[in-house]
Design a protein around this ligand. Sequence first.
Ligand SMILES: [Zn+2]
Length: 219
Amino acid sequence: MFKSVVIFIGPPGVGKGTQASLLADAFSIPKFATGDLLREALKNNTPLGIEAKTYMDSGKLVPDQLVLDLIKGKIAKIPNGIGFILDGFPRTLHQAEGLDVILSSLCHNVGLAIEFSMDEEERIVRLTGRRLCPNCQRTYHILFAPPKKDSLCDYCSVELVQRADDNEDVIRKRSVIYWETTKPLLEYYRQKNILMKVDASSSIENVFSRIKQIFSELN
Ligand SMILES: [Zn+2]
């Protein structure tokens, strides 16, 4: 049984979400991604969800404290002695420090931070090749998972589209910001001696084996 909190760190396109799902299933532990928590709070119209909506509607970032409160609500329901995965949170040093305060108040602690590393050019190829069916939301990749017929959804025959976020200029600009905020975060966990780096450019199976290996060495 895995008892502590695991943090997944990495930019979009490195496959963190896929690995978080695999790991959560393999060890029967919960996983949380802040995007999912926000969507859930909005859908259920919780007080935090309503507050988050006011920021999102005015195009502002949801403040760290609100996200931390959302996570706190989830963690409070997890029995002590059971670990969980945070996928893509914290993103900044400030959030990491806030998270530690919450965790210690609930008798949890971060036991492992995994950095998903990938060559930047490879990550761009992965992201810019993604296509989406606007009708059924199925996803494709022009190199790795192409549709049967040129640029048409296999199921709906609708023309596939590219998300605005998957544009190369957008990715490169965000990457600069990502590294500015992530370097201090990585340093924070490195100093605590709990940072492990995983080569995310390998296959899903290989990356997962590596993560399981790290886990078995911890327990
Ligand atoms: Zn479709």
